[in-house]
Design a protein around this ligand. Structure first.
Ligand code: NAD
Length: 504
């Protein structure tokens, strides 16, 4: 069940990619990278420091100020973005295999993430070709128009869950906008990011437009955030890290996009299609090993169906296939890293005193090695419980009953996070009223997370600031300069003109 698949030609050392060349850290620093099935080191990676970030920012700055990239016509940039998408699709098998090896994500889901990464590039290619900007007329007086300009070097800092896809989520709009970039991927999972260099070079992205510096958040990430040559930071990760970055970016008054943590509710009313709700609620919290920012990790169920729901949900959770991430039959794989595994397990133990354990509760039987957690279900969880309030980021769910709409809303909104929510009801009026009263950035009615790339993506409260998705992403990476043109004679109050006999 826990066989150890090792992709062929696995690198034993992962380098930075700066100004079109793979390179080690100036000072030679490295860190170790392990795989989550054997928990043994399989590679070292260059650990970026200030000096490496300086080089990467210098290369990106040169590519921005001297290179062709920001000046290209949208169609020319779009052509390269589409070639990037083609190349990702061609390498899907390899990409999924490396991603699964490094992250522990089930291989079928890693394939889905690779396809989504390609789609992100196609989407932004289409978007910039269709992009137009506002022109405004004041009859007889002015024409005003928006001159949109790429801002410059964008610093992109990404987490370890679905790393390649989340990198594409930032790379595609940044590059589409004409910015140049320095990417700092998560230190737990640098493997798939090392494919970007080849993909971009093959697609004809000019030298220096894309730069990658591996390393620890407190070193490479921190240097990138504080670098005066980087006016934009797009960050996805934990709320506490986001707060640190906010503070550090304040001195430079940088543009910030913050996609942070979540503790999203899945609210199931008695009139819901129960089978569909159970399918989606299970997928919503256990897909991607539960390491998912939009996971529906709190399930709120109307009292009259509570017992039935809990029973059916727990039976299915017990039946989920936990196994080798490379096995196509696997539904939940291995958590990314022993440190994260220990954190999730501490919540599993805590849950035993905060709720009624219905499924899971530890390692799946017979799986002694690797970061495996049996899908874990706690019922009767009080809203004050830590497993109700805190992001666990693993295959662990809290179920809580509610009596009526007002009670459900209070529970749903009663956490510090506000990323997503899922609402299950057949009642149209209730669905919309409830959705609109939720303090979250995104709501799905009668569905799990199915993204339309044009819609705003982002959270409120502790889940983030700003929105990505569609034109909003382009807005983040571009400056909208207003240009005002006077038609005819400009009417100006004539300061200082009175002594010359002019009428004021
Ligand atoms: P993390 O905050 O630990 O790390 C994210 C990135 O930030 C990594 O690359 C890390 O090296 C870097 N970093 C850490 N400290 C830094 C610092 N001081 N300065 C600059 N960079 C620093 O997050 P994680 O554990 O990798 O990812 C899991 C978290 O990400 C969860 O909280 C999850 O909800 C969140 N997430 C949010 C979304 C979203 O869109 N809202 C999507 C995916 C994940």
């Amino acid at each position: 069940m826990t066989g150890h698949f090792i992709p062929k030609d696995l690198p034993t050392h992962i380098q930075h990619y700066i100004d079109g060349a793979f390179t080690d850290s100036v000072g030679g620093e490295t860190f170790s990278v392990l795989d989550p099935v054997s928990n043994t080191d399989y590679a070292t990676a260059a650990a970026g420091q200030q000096a490496d970030i300086d080089l990467a920012v210098a290369a990106a700055t040169r590519a921005f100020t001297e290179g062709p990239w920001p000046q290209l016509k949208s169609r020319e940039r779009a052509r390269i973005l589409n070639q990037i998408a083609d190349s990702i699709e061609t390498q899907e098998t390899r990409l999924a295999e490396l991603e699964t090896f490094d992250t522990g994500l089930p291989i079928t889901q890693a394939h889905g993430q690779a396809q989504r990464a390609a789609e992100n590039f196609r989407f932004f290619a289409d978007l910039i070709v269709a992009q137009f900007d506002d022109a405004m007329k004041v009859p007889g007086a002015q024409i005003n128009y928006v001159n949109r300009k790429p801002i410059g070097v964008a610093g992109l800092i990404t987490p370890w869950n679905t790393p390649f896809m989340l990198e594409s989520w930032k790379l595609a709009p940044a590059l589409a906008s004409g910015c140049t970039v320095v990417l700092k991927p998560a230190e737990f999972t640098p493997l798939s990011a090392s494919l970007w260099a080849g993909i971009f070079a093959e697609a004809g992205l000019p030298q220096g437009v894309f730069n990658l510096v591996n390393g620890l958040g407190e070193e490479a990430g921190d240097a990138l955030v504080k670098h005066p040559g980087v006016p934009l930071i797009s960050f996805t990760g934990e709320t506490t890290t986001g707060q640190t970055i906010f503070r550090n970016a304040a001195t430079g008054l940088k543009g910030l996009s913050m996609e942070l943590g979540g503790k999203s509710p899945c609210v199931v009313f008695a009139d819901a299609d129960l089978d569909a709700a159970i399918d989606s609620a299970l997928f919503g919290v256990f897909s991607l090993n539960g390491e998912r920012c939009t996971a529906g990790s709190r399930i709120l169920v109307e009292r009259s169906i509570y017992v039935d729901f809990c029973e059916k949900f727990a039976a299915r959770a017990k039946n989920i296939v936990v196994g080798d991430p490379h096995d196509p039959a696997t539904e939940v794989g291995a958590l990314v890293h022993p440190e994260h595994y220990a954190k999730v397990m501490s919540y599993v133990e805590l849950g035993k005193s905060e709720g009624r354990l219905l499924a899971g509760g530890g390692r799946p039987p017979g799986m002694e090695n690797g970061n495996y957690v049996a899908p874990t279900v706690f019922a009767d969880v009080a809203p004050e419980a830590r497993i109700f309030q805190e992001e666990i980021f693993g295959p662990v769910v809290a179920i809580t009953p509610f009596e009526n709409d007002a009670g459900a809303l209070a529970l749903a909104n009663g956490v510090k996070y506000g990323l997503a929510a899922y609402v299950w009801t057949q009642n149209l009026t209730r669905a919309h009223t409830f959705a609109q009263n939720l303090d979250v950035g995104m709501v799905w009615l009668n569905s799990h997370n199915v993204r339309d790339l044009r819609t705003p993506f982002g959270g409120v409260k502790a889940s983030g600031l700003g929105h990505e998705g569609g034109f909003r992403s382009i807005d983040f990476y571009t400056e909208q300069q207003a240009v005002h043109i006077t038609l005819g004679t400009v009417h100006t109050p004539r300061f200082g003109a009175t002594q010359f006999g002019a009428t004021p």
